[in-house]
Design a protein around this ligand. Structure first.
Ligand SMILES: Nc1ncnc2c1ncn2[C@@H]1O[C@H](COP(=O)(O)OP(=O)(O)OP(=O)(O)O)[C@@H](O)[C@H]1O
Length: 497
């Protein structure tokens, strides 16, 4: 038997950001050739560890070692790139450049002047080597999420690293794309590549990883072979307490309640067609389907982000002007967008400011907002949605990904909306925080809001009174509460019952 070699080690890492201690003497050791999961609640310190393992941040204390050797100096970026590659939560692909340009960004001058023709040739070779089926001349903006991610993996590996960090790579992929990513990860593992995998979907940890480390409140709690740590004990290690499953409410939608959101004959070329939709007060309607089903495009049209080619949208009895988001918000709509980094919040403003943008006019007289009242509202939202923060004045940019997501939902709920459109509300959110987000949507419905909830997560969809399943741009099924997992997944994949 060959002795196991530690490919990567972080020892006694402490990292502070002002008053926040993001890592507190935490460590991890990853054996060569294994796929090792790192899990923990939002704000546990996972991304901070990633930035330290990739040499982007210097720890206040502790050290990183690769194959027993000390990490290279911070400034030697090439040396870091040869040791560790990272595919981040947020794409680092530049949409306005071609695939080839993205692959060789910052590297074109390796061999003197740039030759665009040879660059394309080299890009083609690299794409072939990693089995990525895209044309080197394609604009990156024309790639789908899955292709962009494959491009990132190929680019990361092309620097020669044998250790790859995948930070929530499945968050934006649909079921079949996740399986294709896992096939690729298994193939990399067979080639001896070591991987660290971060995900809030614990079933994925059991499917693709051999071992798992749990962080909680900036500390390392446990490392174990996945087979030795059953699901409930893993969740307990993350939360520090026995955690019960989410208790779904028993709600009965009133079929005579007023309609708060409706669409008639809605169509957008290439995305979806001929959609009719009615949501009543107190009702939660799910929209499910694969990545190409058109569900996100439809939801974004309901809030006015797209101008439909045909049809009309009504919010709370008011016809919303196509492509006019402010008019939809004025009519009483709350919205959680898919791309929260771009559309969800203003990073430099505080939690309290972001969460109260829609109600600023109600918190003060003569156009001025009372800071005390704003802070009080912010504090209430922090409490209700379980946001891990130093307080309502902290800028949202300083929050962990999952906690920023909660601020986006807080903002959507601030004005007691009559209609809610929420896209992937629990993406990037830990198991326990998921309960507070789903609870907040159920509470809003309890107060009489009607909601459209777009998600592929069966756990999210279970709060819905019915789920509309989309396939190739059309609503193909209207499934009432009480479905089985298999039934819904089959419908989403276009398999007839
Ligand atoms: N640049 C920063 N300035 C201030 N605080 C920060 C900064 N970066 C991270 N933090 C804080 O450090 C803590 C750990 O954050 P980190 O992003 O590592 O968490 P995480 O485990 O990756 O969470 P998530 O699952 O939500 O992505 C959080 O409390 C966060 O607010």
């Amino acid at each position: 038997m060959t002795p196991s070699v530690t490919a990567v080690e972080a020892l006694g890492i402490t990292k502070r950001f002002g008053p926040t201690i993001a890592l507190n003497g935490a460590g991890i050791a990853i054996t060569e050739g294994e796929t090792h999961a790192l899990v923990g609640r939002n704000g546990a310190g996972k991304s901070t560890l990633v930035s330290i393992l990739t040499g982007l941040q210097r720890p206040d204390e502790g050290e990183v070692r690769f194959a027993g050797e000390p990490a290279p100096p911070m400034a030697d970026r090439d040396a870091w790139r040869r040791r560790v590659a990272c595919v981040y939560q947020k794409s680092t692909i530049i949409p306005t450049l071609t695939v080839a340009e993205n692959l060789f960004l910052n590297r074109q001058t390796d061999r003197g002047a740039i030759s665009w023709r040879s660059l394309r040739g080299r890009a083609r070779d690299l794409l072939d080597q990693y089995g990525v089926d895209v044309d080197a001349g394609t604009m990156a903006s024309d790639l789908g999420v899955e292709q962009r991610q494959l491009l990132e993996i190929a680019r990361a590996l092309s620097f020669g690293a044998r250790f790859v960090i995948l930070d929530e790579p499945t968050a934006q992929l649909d079921g079949p794309a996740i399986q294709r990513l896992f096939d690729r990860m298994r193939a990399l593992r067979e080639q001896g590549v070591t991987m660290m995998f971060i995900s809030h979907h614990l079933e994925e940890v059991y499917e693709i990883c051999q071992s798992v480390s749990v962080f909680r409140d900036a500390r390392h709690i446990v490392t174990s072979a996945v087979g030795d740590l059953p699901h409930d004990r893993l969740v307990d290690a993350m939360t520090g307490e026995a955690t019960a499953a989410y208790a779904y409410r028993t709600r009965t939608a009133d079929p005579s309640a007023p309609v708060v959101l409706s669409a008639r004959g809605l169509g957008l070329a290439g995305r979806y067609e001929n959609v009719d939709l009615t949501v009543r007060a107190g009702e939660i309607v799910g929209l499910a389907g694969s990545g190409s089903s058109g569900k996100v495009g439809l939801a974004e049209t309901l809030v006015g982000l797209h101008r439909a080619d045909t049809g009309t949208v009504t919010v709370n009895g008011v016809d919303v002007r196509p492509g006019d988001v402010p008019s939809a918000l004025r009519a009483g709509l709350g919205f959680v967008p898919q791309d929260r980094h771009r559309q969800g919040f203003v990073p430099l403003l505080s939690i309290a400011e972001n969460a109260t943008i829609p109600i600023a006019h109600r918190l003060g007289r003569y156009g001025t907002v009372s800071p005390a009242r704003r802070r009080e509202r912010g504090a209430r939202m922090i409490e209700r949605l379980d946001i891990k923060t130093t307080g309502p004045d902290q800028p949202v940019a300083d929050l962990s990904g999952g906690n920023a997501q909660k601020v986006v939902l807080a903002r959507a709920l601030a004005d007691d909306p009559r209609a809610l459109v929420v896209i992937d509300p629990t993406a990037g959110v830990d198991v326990k925080a998921k309960h507070s987000l789903l609870g907040a949507v159920e509470d809003a419905a309890g107060r009489g809001a009607g909601a459209v909830l777009v998600s592929d997560e069966l756990d999210d969809l279970r709060i819905c009174d019915r789920v509309l399943v989309m396939f190739h741009g059309r609503i193909v099924r209207d499934v009432p509460r009480g479905w089985t997992d298999n039934e819904l997944v089959a419908a989403m994949e276009g398999i007839d019952p």
